[in-house]
Design a protein around this ligand. Structure first.
Ligand SMILES: Cc1cc2nc3c(=O)[nH]c(=O)nc-3n(C[C@H](O)[C@H](O)[C@H](O)COP(=O)(O)OP(=O)(O)OC[C@H]3O[C@@H](n4cnc5c(N)ncnc54)[C@H](O)[C@@H]3O)c2cc1C
Length: 446
């Protein structure tokens, strides 16, 4: 059993397959230098902690090998005399290429690569329009996804492990240096977090999910990212109330973006809507300087700075604020969405190519949305609306903590002078909004 984005033992169809008829199962995880290179330190640290937890749950038998999976898996299969290597299918562009290569080298030695299950309720590509073409818009996709339905969680597999007690393991590396505080890792931590959310916040999710100053969302994203829980398990616990329905549709966004990337793998790097390629972007040295201020949380727009600092401090950011900071980078600073997406992938514990790149493309108006370029978030209005009492800003931008609820969203308008240490706004939103509309309209030929 080759584990990848499925670091759990419960509800695991791949594992059930591997252990069928009481077979002995050899668990392996490959630390692939190509993935390590592209993972930021927080996500890597979370992954290593997750691996230690998985290893403990199988009595220390996880074989960890470092290297290119293409050679590592073929060698290990020969070493242990496996007749098949079982995986949960990976649908990301790199994972698909890697698995095709591994399947080829295994086949040369008469070993099958067997894919079971996916990290999604419905496999990407499994929800199509009546004419067989993929959905390009979320709401019809979501309706069809719900109609299609998904299986209930599978029973736990009865596993007889044979692993690091018999063959050498390179071991899980030490955590890289990180300066943020991560959530607890592992399958048990995932279920504990879910139980807490169900008990305290799920029933109010529809009302609270947009308020970054309260713990109103599930924070399940890192666990979903690493498969410490399967979305099937969460969907199984949902009922018919409006709050539960809204939660279900948020999970559907995750499925939708995986589905879009499956059909359009190039959208990981390029605009999904190629007609937006002509939009004028700033990429010179001054633009780099503006990017740095954004990344450090020093834009002078308190809600933007709060979000960027939450990201650096915790490896996670509230969804509403992700949308605000992304809009700011693209529409107020006129920078390529790819710069922001890369920064997010470097710092997010839940960094997921499909959700991240398409979350960014949604904000940039280059993605799956129909008429989006008019959507320019006003960072002050967003802040007043979603952080009315300023509690989120006060937490993450302490130099503004002493300001009134009215002043805290745009301190330069009210407080003279600015509190010590506070940044002045780096741009004038009204001016940049006009500039952004001009650039988008030019690109659209209006
Ligand atoms: C610019 C941008 C970048 C993003 N990058 C990522 C990313 O790298 N990884 C990631 O998991 N999510 C990403 N998201 C989506 C969303 O912000 C996070 O999934 C969410 O904030 C995670 O917190 P939560 O678990 O408390 O969410 P909840 O509100 O509790 O939602 C439950 C689950 O639904 C899914 N979900 C919710 N909203 C979205 C969404 N808009 N798109 C896709 N899935 C969603 C997530 O799996 C989430 O864990 C991004 C959004 C934006 C706007």
């Amino acid at each position: 059993m080759w584990f990848r984005r499925d670091l759990r033992l419960g509800d695991h169809p791949g594992l059930s397959h591997a252990t069928r008829e009481d077979r002995l199962t050899v668990p392996v995880f490959v630390i692939d230098p190509n993935l390590v290179r592209h993972s930021g330190a927080p996500r890597l640290a979370f992954m290593y902690r997750s691996l230690r937890s998985l290893d403990a749950s199988m009595g220390g038998r996880l074989i960890v090998r470092h290297g290119d999976p293409h050679t590592v898996i073929a060698h290990l299969a020969a070493e242990v005399g496996a007749d098949e290597v079982v995986v949960t299918r990976d649908y990301a562009p790199y994972g698909r290429r890697r698995d095709a290569a591994v399947a080829g080298s295994l086949a040369e030695q008469g070993v099958r690569l067997v894919g079971r299950d996916t990290p999604y309720a419905i496999a990407p590509g499994g929800v199509l329009k009546d004419d067989g073409t993929p959905y390009a818009v979320f709401t019809p996709f979501m309706r069809a996804w719900r109609r299609t339905g998904w299986p209930v969680p599978a029973d736990d597999a009865q596993v007889r492990w044979l692993g690091a007690d018999r063959w050498p393991s390179d071991g899980v590396p030490d955590d890289p240096q990180i300066s943020c505080v991560l959530p607890p890792a592992g399958e048990r931590a995932a279920h504990e977090r879910w139980a807490e959310f169900v008990a305290t916040a799920l029933d109010g999710y529809d009302a609270q999910r947009d308020t970054p100053g309260v713990a109103g969302t599930s924070m399940m994203s890192p666990y979903l990212r690493w498969g410490q829980v399967h979305p099937r398990q969460l969907l199984h616990d949902l009922g018919d109330s409006r709050a539960h329905d809204v939660y279900r549709s948020e999970l559907a966004w995750r499925e939708f973006y995986a589905h879009v990337m499956f059909h359009k793998p190039d959208s990981a790097r390029e605009n999904l809507q190629q007609k937006m390629n002509v939009i004028q972007l700033d990429t010179d040295a001054a633009a780099l300087g503006r990017f740095e201020l954004w990344a450090l949380g020093r834009t002078g727009y308190p809600i933007v700075d709060a979000g960027m600092r939450q990201l650096l401090a915790t490896g996670w950011m509230h969804n509403r604020v992700r949308m605000i900071v992304a809009s700011f980078l693209v529409k107020d600073l006129h920078l390529p969405w790819q710069w922001g997406a890369r920064h997010f992938m470097r710092h997010l514990v839940d960094g997921d190519l499909a959700s991240n790149q398409h979350g960014w493309q949604w904000s940039a108006g280059t993605g799956t949305d129909a008429a989006p370029y008019f959507r320019i978030f006003n960072p002050i209005a967003q802040s007043e609306r979603f952080d009315g009492d300023g509690s989120y800003i006060r937490h993450w931008v302490p130099e503004l903590a002493g300001l009134t609820n009215k002043a805290i969203h745009a301190p330069w308008k009210a407080a003279h002078p600015l509190p010590a240490g506070a940044a002045a706004p780096m741009v004038d939103h009204a001016v940049e909004r006009t500039e952004s509309l001009r650039r988008y309209q030019t690109a659209m030929g209006r």
